[in-house]
Design a binder for this molecule. Structure first.
Ligand code: NCD
Length: 324
């Protein structure tokens, strides 16, 4: 996948997944995002970096946070944005994905942000678009969700500084989670001390240890002394059989309560990609509590997505000239 994501100079052309990307590139994304945070603080929250570019949000699955933060990011870079409501578009009239892509290409679009229920969809599009077009994966099936991973890494660095001493636990429905997979690749590439996955046997993929993580089936053991807790939503829409007895029972064993949190490091932060299910994977007092950085994740998502858009469109050199 690396070869298709990078141009011959090793710069980001598409952003399809974290797997295989080098550490320096991940750090470059984080540093570029930092440079965009000042835009957020301005009275007029806009820089002209992507003026004249057209960015298309192609969402084949429902999304609020991810789609709106991509849209805001594009607008803050002065790009024009098209939002495609796929259920009303012609794919529901039998047009193939590729026909649709080529039509959008003919309208001189520059960047497609793609969310699709099929793993590999963004990669497939990147293989078939015209050479001047970039693709960003906004979540493909259970495969990857790379911008979510980068905003997670941004948030961890913001609160914890250095990655290397950290112990990080990813808790819940790892099996169906593209966020878990992208986070694992990002955390191991950035060199954290330990990545744990915690959940019932039915929700932890077999052989996940080969990605460099430790598996725990008991919450209290998995959370012991960790610095960062990433909670995952139960992805019931992706479950084709009963993998958990009931939401109530799941909460008893794997729900993050204030009591469960006491075994973690006293300064541990609590993260969640959203949407959160209160009383299923996370208790309200924890979600609202002072260890929760869930809303900081949402805010950081804008700067991180600005960074990835600017980098894939090769606008970063221009940025140094126009946005001091
Ligand atoms: C995640 C996703 O879509 O994979 N959400 C998101 O991007 N905000 C996680 C989830 O849906 O649980």
């Amino acid at each position: 996948m690396n070869s298709i994501q990078l141009d011959p100079q090793g710069r980001l052309k598409h952003f399809l997944g974290i797997e295989g990307l080098r550490r320096s590139l991940l750090l470059e994304i984080l540093d570029t995002a930092t440079s965009f945070l000042s835009v957020e603080a301005q009275v007029v929250k806009k820089v002209p970096l992507l003026r004249g570019k057209t960015i298309v949000n192609l969402f084949f699955e429902p999304s609020t946070r991810t789609r709106t933060t991509f849209e805001l990011a594009a607008k803050r870079l002065s790009a024009d944005v098209l939002n495609f409501n796929i259920s009303t578009s012609s794919t529901s009239k039998g047009e193939t994905l590729l026909d649709m892509l080529h039509n959008l290409e003919a309208m001189n679009c520059d960047l497609f942000i793609v969310r699709h229920e099929a793993g590999g969809a963004a990669h497939f599009m990147a293989q078939h678009v015209a050479p001047h077009i970039s693709i960003i994966n906004a979540g493909d099936g259970r495969h990857e969700h790379p911008t979510q991973a980068m905003l997670d890494m941004y948030t961890i660095r913001q609160y914890k500084g250095d990655f290397t001493p950290l112990k990080v636990a990813i808790v819940g429905d790892v099996l169906h989670s593209r966020v878990a997979r992208s986070d694992i690749h990002a955390l191991t590439t950035l060199g954290v001390a330990e990545v744990r996955v915690v959940g019932p046997t039915t929700l932890i993929p077999k052989g996940i240890e080969t990605l460099g993580v430790k598996v725990f089936h008991r919450l209290k053991e998995g959370l012991k002394a960790v610095d960062v807790i990433i909670m995952l939503r139960l992805q019931r829409e992706r479950m084709d059989s009963a993998l958990i007895p009931s939401a109530h029972e799941y909460f008893q064993y794997y729900g993050l309560t204030e009591a469960a949190l006491t075994v973690a490091h006293p300064q541990a932060i609590v993260m969640h990609p959203g949407p959160i299910n209160r009383g299923v994977e996370i208790d309200s007092p924890v979600a609202n509590g002072n260890r929760s950085v869930i809303l900081a994740q949402v805010s950081n998502g804008i700067a991180v997505r600005m960074a990835v858009m600017a980098m894939t469109l090769g606008a970063i050199m221009e940025k140094k000239e126009t946005h001091v």
